[in-house]
Structures are given as C-alpha cells and as structure tokens.
Design a binder for this molecule. Structure first.
Ligand code: GLN
Length: 202
C-alpha cells in the first residue's frame, strides 16, 4: 500500500490520516526530514498557512518539501494546504512564504468576515456524480490560473476552488471532514503511478 505522509505541524492532520488509512494507504504524520524522506506522497492539511510555513522552516522541512514538490512528489493540499502550494498569494502576512508548485495566485481569507464559513454542493466534472459537499472555513480562492494549472471546480460566481497540475491537487475546501474520499483516492492514484515508474528521489 502506498506510503503517504500528512504534514503534522499544525492543522487537521488526524482527519486526513483517517481518510487515507480507510482508503488502504500506509498513512503517517510527517514532522521530520527523515519522515519526509520515507513517503511517496504528502498531504498539506487545513489550518493556518502562515503558522505551518513558520513551523516548516523551524523544523528544517521548508526547503526539503519545496525540493520534493519540484521533483514531482504527489501532493494534496486542502485550504491552508492550497495556499502553501500556490506560487503566488495575496493577503499573506509579512514574510509569509509558500512551498509553491501550483501555477496559481490565491487570495487568503477570500470570503471575508460576513461569510467566514459555508457549505455548498460543488460540481467537480473529473469526479462525476454525486457533487462534492464542500465545507469552506476561512477559505482561500484561486484568483488567477496560469497555463500549467487546470481548474477542477468553480463556485456559481465563477471563482475557482479546486486546481490540479501534474502531481499537485489543491482544494480551497475540506473533503477530509465530510466523508468525501474521491480527492484522496485521486491523490493515491498519482502516488501509485509515480511509485511504479521511478523510485522516490529523496
Ligand atoms: N485562513 C487559513 C489560512 O490562511 C486557511 C483556513 C483553513 O485551512 N481552514 O491559512
């Protein structure tokens, strides 16, 4: 079974570990570079992107994760995890950095104080039926999609909330907290496909 990690510095780590284990993966928390080196895919959870960024640097994980992504490691990022995957962010706190990899611009906390959280049924054509019951919690949106990234889902107002680029999948919402497993399954497919063709280069 695929060996995958969930970056476990802050955020909803346990929810992701549970979904991945239920799908048959060997899922473990990643807090050290040695643990990162053992996994064939990585989930960046929801939480607070600026805190995860700071902790990743404090734990000497920032550059190794960046390098692993650039090297093709499959990554699923949800909410804060989407922000951490974005090449460009608006609304960042002073000095906030991202691992990057997704050729997109995201706006942090895009729904403002009136709509901190909401739920909606979201059509995701690559997943088919039924639609995804999506929970947004102080969520970002994708405001620009570069030529290398593909939007997978948009809100009725046209704003992009899911994107994919090669082995990277970024979601503005939280499939890990609603019983939705199809995005995690898609991520595990990427992990299996990559593990089959080349050994992890870490
Ligand atoms: N607002 C958070 C951030 O900017 C993301 C919220 C979440 O992950 N639920 O990192």
């Amino acid at each position: 079974s695929p060996r995958v990690g969930v970056l476990a510095l802050q955020g909803d780590v346990r929810e992701h570990l549970r979904v991945l284990a239920n799908l048959g993966a060997d899922a473990r928390p990643v807090r050290r570079t040695s643990e990162l080196a053992e996994v064939e895919g990585l989930v960046l959870p929801g939480g607070e992107s600026s805190v995860i960024d700071k902790l990743a640097r404090a734990f000497d994980l920032f550059d190794p994760i960046r390098a692993a992504i650039a090297d093709g490691l499959p990554v699923l990022g949800t909410c804060a995890g989407l922000i951490l995957l974005a090449d460009r962010i608006d609304g960042a706190i002073e000095g906030q950095r991202t691992f990057g990899g997704l050729d997109v611009r995201v706006q942090r906390n895009a729904f403002g104080s009136q709509t901190q959280s909401f739920e909606t049924d979201l059509a995701v054509p690559v997943l088919g039926e039924p639609p995804v019951h999506a929970v947004f919690i102080r969520a970002p949106v994708v405001t620009e999609t570069g030529p290398d990234a593909t939007p997978l889902a948009t809100l009725p107002d046209g704003r992009v909330v899911a994107v994919e680029q090669d082995n990277l999948l970024g979601l503005a919402f939280h499939p890990e907290s609603t019983g939705e497993t199809r995005f995690h399954a898609r991520f595990l497919d990427r992990v299996r496909n990559r593990a089959g063709v080349s050994a992890p280069a870490l």
